[in-house]
Design a protein around this ligand. Sequence first.
Ligand code: GRF
Length: 252
Amino acid sequence: MTDTHALMARRDVIGLRIGVLVSGNGTNLQAILDACARGDIAGGVVLVVSSSAKAFALERARRAGVPTVVLTPKEFSDRASYDARLIELLRTAQVELVCLAGFLRILTPQFVEQFAGRIMNIHPALLPAFGGPGMYGAHVHEAVLASGVKVSGCTVHFADETPDGGPIILQSPVRVEDDDTVESLAARVGVEEHRLYPAAIRLFAEERLQVIGRRVYVVDPAGPRAPAPAGRALLREGDNFESAGLTQAKKV
Ligand code: GRF
C-alpha cells in the first residue's frame, strides 16, 4: 500500500503518531501494537515500513489495520534515495516518532536530521557492549556467549547515524546462564525487549524523556526538569525512582 490517501487514513489515532520500520519477524512491533491497543501508550502506529516483502511483521501490521509499505533496497540506486522516499512516506503519514524494530539498515545523516530526537531503536544487548556494525540478530547473542559475560540484556536508545549509537533511554539486564544457547538467551532477552520498548515509547509519548548530552533522564511530569543523579534510566521493577524525585514508568 503506497498511495498517499492510504497513508493519511489513520486519522483515528489520537496522541503520538508512531511509524515502525521493520525487516523481519516483528515481535517488537507486535509488543508496540499491543501496548497501544491496551491504552498503555497514548498514541498508535500509523505506518509500518519493511525493507523486505517477506517480513512477517507486515502480516502483524495488516492484522492490526495499520498501513504498510515495502521498500526494498534494490528498488533504489543508493542509500540517499532510499531514505528520501522513507522520509516522504513518514512525513505523509504525519509520523512523530520513528521506531526501528529489527530494521536492518543504517540510517543516513539526512534521515536522522529530519527526525532528530524522534528516532528510537532497540538492541538485544546492553550497549555500548555488543553493538555496532555486524552486531544484529543471533550474532549479538553468539558474541555475548563467546565473551563469557554473566549479564546481557537489552537497550532502547535514541538512534543516530552510527549503528547502535545515540543516547540510551532504558536498559534491562538478563542473566546469562551456564547452559544458555543463542536461542535460550535470545528468548529471555526477547521477553525483556517486549516490555522495555513499549515502556520507552510510553515515556516519550508522555514527554518524560529529557536528553542532556549523552544522558537521557526520565522526569516526573510534575517535577523539576533538572537532571537528578539517580535519573539514569535502568528500569527494573521495584527500583526506587520516587526517592530520587523521579517516577518510574509502570510496567507494561
Ligand atoms: C530484536 O532482537 C531487536 O532487538 C533487534 O532486532 C530484533 C528484531 O526482532 N534490533 P523482531 O523483528 O522485533 O522480532
